[in-house]
Ligand binder design. Structure first.
Ligand SMILES: CCCCC/C=C\C/C=C\C/C=C\C/C=C\CCCC(=O)SCCNC(=O)CCNC(=O)[C@H](O)C(C)(C)COP(=O)(O)OP(=O)(O)OC[C@H]1O[C@@H](n2cnc3c(N)ncnc32)[C@H](O)[C@@H]1OP(=O)(O)O
Ligand SMILES: Cc1cc2nc3c(=O)[nH]c(=O)nc-3n(C[C@H](O)[C@H](O)[C@H](O)COP(=O)(O)OP(=O)(O)OC[C@H]3O[C@@H](n4cnc5c(N)ncnc54)[C@H](O)[C@@H]3O)c2cc1C
Length: 667
């Protein structure tokens, strides 16, 4: 079936138009699947249209030619314009719409409200009492104040129990005294802390009567609301340029015996009474919920990062012609090469898979917060923590790989900032580190896996959560031709074997006399392997479930091709485990390879439309190479001409140094 997609515009590059004509599905319908509902997909388009009608948001100078200061200023200008139009553009307090608006208009390089929306407000929602919300949440939502999330210190990020900033309670004044006792106790890294925020959630060790209660969240005013000057007792500033994300002022922060009222400890779940008595929270890690919130978003956000890189690479590959196949009269689109398809299409499949996981984990977090806040039910916390710990690690790792391949798939032009892929890469791979370094979080996921294996070994399989139930599955011989369920079964066996092997190794070291911590460290690589397999199994099953639920026949068919590619690619990628354990034969391996290659051919006609379906505007993409019109060569030439270096024919560096040097050489 041939389908004429609505957005075809006469002026586009004919090679891209041809691709859009051959698609077998409607991109608006696909967008509904990607964005979780018809309503949100339509709202996104509406918001894009409204943005395009605001002149002050069009034709801004390319970010690549700006200094850091100019980037920050530009982001603030755009925020100001958005603020003037906020209520016309989006439904007030709709988090998804606000995130979309920021992504599209300001892009991904960071801005003063990035942490305000993603961590400051969510922490107030999950950790502040009703009374505290009354005081601060409304002001935060109206953007009267700007907040950030200050937890990481110069000396400690991963090991939260060793944070050194102290909040010592003084019963006589009913205040907490915030203090930075050493240089390593300086808060270091928090986004938007350096120059933009005037408030922060500060995680500090709560100390009452010389007893430490561990990290707790406090709301702290950092700067005068009128002058924006730091308050006395506060040292704050920017930490300097980073690999990417340079529109953000990640900052440092120190306190010199800085006093805040008792009511600034966020007290929805724990309390310090005026006399200094402490009321425990219902779950020891409830104060970590803002991190779980961000981790639960990361599969979606990273999926969208990788999608941006792939829109650029796939469109470009359909326009770039180089070399010959059958027909020697015309060069082929590089997208027709099997190697190019193999480089890009498995990542397209992963983008869809990650986004489907993200839709699920975002909802799981929302449900958890309702359960905790309304009913005091914390029973879902452990499962969501282990799931999102594994997921953020696996997704960020593959997203980095996928974006780098997209960059290479664009040849030389991929290396130019005109492609914008290097910026997308730099921002995306920060996710391997923030919200918990990937290895550290894989090991958190492994704790839950080991516990589950131990339950099975102790004869209590009925106590396993549904996600762990596969650990009880017996070994079976599987016929791969029966479809996705067969792939799941093999994957389950592989993941189960690895979880048991890693646990066995841990126990072996303990039996030999090592403490659990030392034995854990000696088994850590095997444990992280088990976590990755466990997480990839979850991703695979979510992809299958999601595709099964789709009602639009042509959308479902296109996604089934993508799912088949994913199943074969994933299984091939972990085949060494399966071969070593005799779970799969070499004949089955050949079958998988052939299925993979034929999936590439099936996906080829839909590749451009699978990526167009994300409906990123050119404004959001910020890529000269990936623009919707596909006129890459004209666009590249115009862009290069606008480079500041080309605003004069002879640079001062030539007059000042090269010319005299050449003259000297003549003597
Ligand atoms: C973010 C959205 C992106 C949007 C993108 C869009 C556009 C781009 C534009 C702008 C971008 C905007 C913002 C994004 C940028 C950056 C944001 C980054 C913000 C940050 O970067 S902010 C700092 C994050 N910094 C960390 O991420 C530190 C990691 N380090 C830890 O998180 C802990 O340190 C841990 C967990 C490793 C150890 O903690 P610990 O030592 O206290 O605990 P321990 O290991 O002893 O575990 C004892 C028992 O607690 C259980 N347990 C632990 N945690 C739990 C939880 N949460 N829930 C339920 N149970 C939990 C365990 O499972 C165990 O259970 P069991 O005993 O049963 O095994
Ligand atoms: C772009 C960006 C934005 C950020 N934004 C914020 C923010 O808004 N607010 C905030 O508070 N923080 C923020 N951070 C900080 C971030 O959360 C931390 O850097 C992160 O949690 C990693 O901690 P670390 O730097 O201490 O790494 P380290 O723990 O020092 O990692 C170094 C190495 O040690 C290894 N390692 C550490 N512990 C273990 C262990 N137990 N077992 C095995 N290996 C281990 C790691 O795997 C890694 O290889 C941001 C960071 C970045 C890059």
């Amino acid at each position: 079936m041939s389908f004429l997609n609505k957005e075809i515009c006469d002026g586009d590059n004919p090679d891209l138009t041809e691709e859009r004509r051959t698609a077998t599905f409607d991109t608006d319908r696909m967008a509904q699947v990607i964005y979780g509902s018809e309503k949100f997909a339509a709202r996104r388009r509406q918001i894009t249209k409204s943005i395009s009608r605001i002149p002050a948001l069009q034709d801004t100078k390319p970010l690549a030619f700006m200094t850091r200061e100019e980037k920050i200023t530009e982001a603030c200008r755009e925020l100001d314009v958005l603020s003037d139009h906020w209520e016309q553009l989006i439904y007030v307090n709709d988090e998804e719409e606000a995130l979309h608006l920021h992504r599209e208009v300001i892009g991904m390089e960071g801005h003063p409200f990035a942490l305000h929306e993603t961590m400051f407000i969510p922490t107030l929602v999950s950790q502040a009492s009703d009374e505290q919300q009354e005081k601060w949440l409304g002001r935060a939502r109206k953007r009267e104040i700007i907040g950030c999330y200050a937890q990481t210190e110069l000396g400690h990020g991963s090991n939260l129990r060793k944070l050194e900033t102290t909040a010592t309670y003084s019963p006589s004044t009913q205040e907490f005294i915030l203090h930075t006792p050493t240089i390593t106790a300086l808060k270091w890294w928090p986004g938007a802390l350096g120059k933009s925020s005037n408030y922060a959630i500060v995680m500090a060790d709560l100390v009452i009567k010389n007893k430490s209660y561990g990290p707790h969240p406090f709301i702290v005013q950092l700067r005068d609301e009128k002058t924006h000057q730091p308050l006395p007792g506060i040292t704050v500033g920017d930490i300097g340029p980073k690999m990417a994300f340079n529109g953000a002022d990640n900052g440092f922060l120190g306190f010199d015996h800085f006093r805040i009222p008792r009511g600034n400890l966020l007290m929805r779940h724990n309390r310090v009474e005026p006399d200094g008595s402490y009321l425990k929270p219902p779950h020891a890690k409830i104060g970590y919920s803002s991190m779980v919130k961000v981790r639960s978003r990361m599969a979606m956000d990273q999926g969208l990062f990788m999608a941006q890189a792939l829109v650029i690479a796939v469109r470009y590959s359909a326009v770039r012609r180089q070399g010959f196949l059958e027909d020697k009269s015309q060069e082929v689109k590089v997208l027709d090469y099997q190697t190019q398809q193999h480089r890009l299409f498995p990542s397209i499949a992963r983008v869809y898979a990650f986004i489907f996981c993200g839709l699920e984990t975002i909802q799981l977090y929302e449900k958890l917060i309702l359960d905790v806040n309304k009913n005091g039910d914390t029973s879902g916390m452990a499962d969501l923590h282990s799931l999102t710990s594994g997921l953020k690690s696996v997704v960020t790792h593959f997203t980095g790989q996928g974006i780098e391949q997209a960059r290479m798939a664009c040849g030389g032009h991929g290396y130019s900032m005109a492609s914008y892929i290097s910026e997308i890469y730099g921002v995306a791979v920060a996710g391997c580190t923030y919200e918990g370094e990937n290895m550290v979080m894989l090991l958190q996921c492994a704790r839950a896996l080991v516990k589950a294996v131990e339950l099975v070994e102790e004869g209590h399989p009925e106590k396993l959560s549904p996600m762990m139930a596969y650990l009880t599955k017996p070994s079976v011989t599987v016929d791969l031709t029966v479809g996705p369920e067969a792939y799941v079964k093999i994957f389950q066996l592989i993941a189960k074997k690895q979880a048991f092997k890693a646990t066995e190794q841990l126990h072996k070291f303990m039996v030999a006399g090592d403490s659990r911590d030392v034995a854990w460290n000696k088994s850590a690589v095997e444990l992280t392997k088990a976590s990755r397999l466990h997480t990839r199994l979850y991703i695979l099953k979510t992809f299958i479930r999601r595709v099964e639920s789709i009602t639009d026949i042509s959308v479902k068919a296109a996604l089934t091709d993508l799912l088949n590619l994913h199943l074969n690619y994933e299984l091939l990628d972990v085949a060494s485990y399966a071969l070593a354990d005799g779970i799969m034969s070499s004949t089955q391996m050949d079958f998988i390879k052939n299925q993979l290659y034929s999936s590439l051919e099936k996906i080829r006609p839909n590749a451009v439309s699978l990526m167009d379906s994300f409906q990123f505007s050119d404004l959001q993409l910020r890529s000269v190479l990936g623009r919707r019109d596909g006129h890459v060569y004209q666009n590249l030439f115009e862009w290069a001409k606008s480079s500041p270096l080309n605003q004069s024919e002879v640079l001062p560096s030539v007059t000042q140094y090269l010319k005299p040097m050449m003259e000297k050489s003549k003597l």
